[in-house]
Design a protein around this ligand. Structure first.
Ligand code: PBG
Length: 325
């Protein structure tokens, strides 16, 4: 036999030399859930190992991330029911939970990259990402609200705002509003190809943010589609996005590759709550090894073309990768 692929697998050293995709903590973003109060961590039942944190504990968790080499966090709020309304007004409150959390994070950890989510669902009494008017999610009425929310987050010190709402034109609306307010250096990470996925279930438990009626299929993408991504990529590029995100992760590896090949912008992927929960649940039952399956999942996302990976397993992965060195 002249050709023996196994020669390139014969030892750890040879395998290291020919390895294609690399995973390290600096590619990871840790999503965090923030709640009102003090010194309280409320575990999320469907996401073992994750909790909603009050701002003081949020800062400590972010400090841990940095010390493990994870450079960034994204912040999601649990908004008290009494503050929710049809237009999600609380989202633009400069002293709301997210702006306070962002200020605390940047004050304690100036080098931390702080990312904020731009969408109405945690703030809306309808649980939708845009404003519901006459039973429909109204695209154009949502845009100024989303833009005001992004500006409030930037004013608090967010480095990156991440519109996850999937309204048409929102990247441009957010970019214009940021620039007008003087935040030309704040990045926009567009959730560019975000699918109407059942894998977001545990996240909606964590934030009590599930839609009160209907589903998100009139704005989030159909899981059956990939060609359609070309339009979303072209629009987001034209509207000034700095990063393009694919979401969810592993079941959409072909979408990551598609977006990677369609654009020269950095590509992020969100390894979402349901994907994390599946790993945890199967491991709890002894069916799989959590640590090895986590590292494999994240490595596969890098191989598929992701530059940046948002994952609830960021700290676990960073610890595992360090121990392997
Ligand atoms: C809100 C938002 C969602 C997620 C991130 N931002 C939920 C949704 O769109 O319903 C999901 C993240 C996850 O499942 O980990 N627009």
């Amino acid at each position: 036999m002249l050709v023996r692929p196994r020669r390139n697998r014969r030892s750890p050293g040879v395998r290291a030399l020919v390895r294609e995709a690399e995973l390290s903590p600096e590619h990871l973003v840790l999503p965090l859930f923030v709640q009102e109060g003090n010194a309280t961590a409320t575990p999320i039942a469907s996401m073992p190992g994750q909790a909603r944190l009050t701002i003081d504990l949020l800062v400590e968790k972010a400090r841990e991330a940095l010390s493990l080499g994870v450079p960034a966090v994204e912040v999601f709020p649990l908004v008290p029911e009494a503050q929710k309304d049809a237009r999600g007004s609380e989202s633009a409150n400069a002293s709301g939970l997210v702006p306070r959390a962002v200020r605390a994070l940047k004050q304690a950890l100036p080098e931390l990259v702080v990312i904020t989510d731009v969408a109405l669902d945690p703030y809306s009494s309808d649980g939708h990402d845009g404003v519901v008017v006459d039973g429909r999610v109204d695209n154009d009425q949502s845009l100024p609200i989303l833009a005001a929310m992004a500006v409030a987050q930037a004013r608090a010190g967010a480095d990156v705002v991440a519109p996850s709402d999937m309204m048409d034109g929102r990247v441009g609306a957010v970019r214009h509003a940021l620039d007008e307010a003087g935040f030309t250096d704040v990045l926009v990470c567009s959730y560019c190809t975000k699918y109407a996925s059942a894998f977001y279930g545990p996240f909606r438990d964590a934030l009590e943010s599930a839609p009160r009626a209907g589903d998100k299929k009139t704005y989030q993408m159909d899981p059956a589609n990939v060609r359609e991504c070309a339009r979303e990529v072209a629009l987001d590029e034209a509207e000034g996005a700095d990063w393009l995100m694919v979401k969810p992760g592993l079941p959409y590896a072909d979408v990551i590759r598609f977006v990677r090949d369609a654009s020269s912008l950095p590509v992020a992927v969100y390894h979402v709550s349901g994907e994390y929960a599946m790993l945890k649940a199967a491991a709890e039952r002894g069916f799989i090894d959590y640590e090895r399956c986590l590292i494999e999942s994240l490595t596969c996302l890098r191989r598929a073309g992701a530059d940046i990976i948002f994952t609830y397993g960021a700290l676990d992965a960073a610890r595992i990768l360090r121990a392997q060195r």
